[in-house]
Ligand binder design. Structure first.
Ligand code: HEM
Length: 440
């Protein structure tokens, strides 16, 4: 670690854990000690029970931190149910007309009508999102390169930059706006609505991100506004289609249903793109610049050989996973992980970030290795049928960022006025990052 960066344990409301009893991944300030906690979990409790915090009253939650366990869980949707799928099945079984239900969330409605089962989940992805943010994301290359360079233009002559607000945050926002066909003039609204969608992941408590009732109320107000804004935008795109994802969604025929999409369904897909596609990539880019400053040898190696960039971004996402963990699965039968009994109906908190440095899976897990074999097997995007549908776009944004940065900047260093404090919640987000640099 660079001499310029001090550990920020003292900024936390919590003490750094030294024993299993002291491990707490979710209380305020836990972010500053996550990686110390992962060492303890790997050594002493790779399957760690949180009593009484299961999905149903009287059940427990378990934090999984081993790569093999999490990979097995996400690859088997029948055995490990996705949280939300039960409510979805109930909604579908009720036979209610989704489009007439008052207050139904657009994301939920679109899941129920367009992807109610694993087979349609796959078709939904292939036909509706892959062409824009999945394997087809390459169509955005020129636009992403332009967006990246335009944001760099704003500060390249200054010799210093606040990396989060002047780059890492606006780049994914601008890219997503361009893909969707969201008016650039309303970029601030996109951020506002995006913040509304991820609010539980930032301000929620416990392993499953619970917001207090009052906060849920204000979140719903923002989300209602978001839904209305998007509904108007969809109407506008139906009248005046352009070369963007929302226009595409208004025109495409969805093959399993042999029909075009309803406005509410499109609204739900836009919601999914906004909740998934903004902050996650922001955090990847903001952690990766810190890795480069702290490991100047990696900077020099990449500067000399750009073919190492891909390995760098994968290692970056492995070492500092933006989404550190999610409580997303429930056991459908009794299970045993690492010799620990996990009863049917238990809530599983999948700790991707810990799995990504599991010493049983990775050789020298904390080293940034530009020649690591099969480095993409990290779990940052999950794996299997539910793997993140926007992974290709995020990878493209990260690669475009570093290509431009290595072309235009000779060296970064930390400015003096950094605390490196992380935001609350479940994501690894540095709040502010002041950097100095020399331009090429
Ligand atoms: C570094 C950036 C990103 C990370 C770390 C990330 C991580 C994840 C993870 C861990 C999941 C859960 C998968 C599971 O439950 O098995 C997920 C799902 C999801 N992600 Fe991402 N993601 C990123 C970027 C993106 C982008 C750019 C988009 C959109 C363009 C996106 C859209 C989604 C959506 C919609 C889901 C829900 C799954 C579905 O509806 O099929 N993500 N992501």
């Amino acid at each position: 670690m660079s001499e310029q960066k001090k550990p920020n344990h003292e900024l936390s409301a919590m003490n750094c854990p030294h024993s299993l009893e002291e491990v707490d991944l979710f209380s305020p300030g836990a972010q500053e000690h996550w990686y110390e906690a992962y060492d303890i979990l790997h050594e002493q409790a790779p399957v760690h029970c949180i009593p009484g915090e299961g999905f149903e009253p009287g059940t427990d939650a378990f934090i999984l931190s081993k790569h093999e366990d999490i990979a097995n869980v996400v690859r088997d949707q029948d055995r490990y149910l996705v949280v939300g799928s039960l409510a979805l099945q109930q909604l579908i079984a009720s036979g209610e007309d989704l489009f007439e239900m008052p207050n139904i969330g657009s994301l939920f409605a679109s899941m129920a009508s367009l992807r109610p089962n694993p087979e349609l989940w796959r078709t939904h992805r292939q036909e509706l999102t892959d062409p824009w943010v999945g394997p087809g994301a390459g169509r955005n290359q020129v636009m992403v390169d332009r967006v990246v360079n335009e944001w760099i233009d704003q500060w390249i002559d200054e010799g210093e930059v606040e990396w989060i607000s002047q780059f890492a945050q606006p780049v994914p926002q601008t890219v997503m706006a361009n893909i969707l066909g969201w008016p650039t003039a309303d970029l601030k609204l996109l951020k506002y609505y995006g913040d509304g969608t991820v609010k539980p992941f930032v301000y929620g408590s416990k392993h499953n991100n619970i917001l207090p009732a009052e906060e849920i109320k204000t979140q719903f107000e923002v989300l209602d506004e978001f839904r209305q804004y998007t509904a108007d935008l969809i109407k506008e795109k139906r009248k005046n289609p352009a070369e963007d994802m929302i226009s595409f969604l208004t025109e495409v025929e969805y093959s399993p249903l042999k029909r075009k999409l309803h406005d509410l369904e499109i609204n739900g897909i836009v919601y999914a793109m906004i909740i998934g596609g903004l902050e996650t990539t922001q955090y990847a880019i903001s952690e990766q610049v810190q890795l480069l400053i702290e490991r100047p040898r990696a900077w020099d190696e990449i500067k000399a050989d750009r073919s190492k960039l891909r390995a760098f971004t994968e290692e970056g996402m492995r070492l500092r996973s933006p989404t550190q963990g999610l409580s997303t699965r429930i056991t459908s039968q009794d299970e045993v992980f690492q010799g620990v009994k996990v009863p049917k109906g238990s809530y599983l908190h999948l700790r991707w970030a810990a799995a990504n440095i599991d010493p049983q899976e990775w050789d020298h897990p904390l080293d940034l290795k530009l020649d690591r074999k099969a480095g993409t097997r990290h779990l940052t995007f999950s794996q299997g049928a539910r793997v993140c549908p926007g992974a290709s776009l995020s990878r493209l944004e990260q690669m475009s960022t570093w290509k431009a940065i290595f072309d235009r900047i000779d060296r970064f260093e930390y400015a003096e006025n950094n605390t490196f404090q992380h935001q609350p919640g479940i994501m690894l987000g540095t709040l502010e990052l002041n950097l100095k640099f020399t331009k090429t």
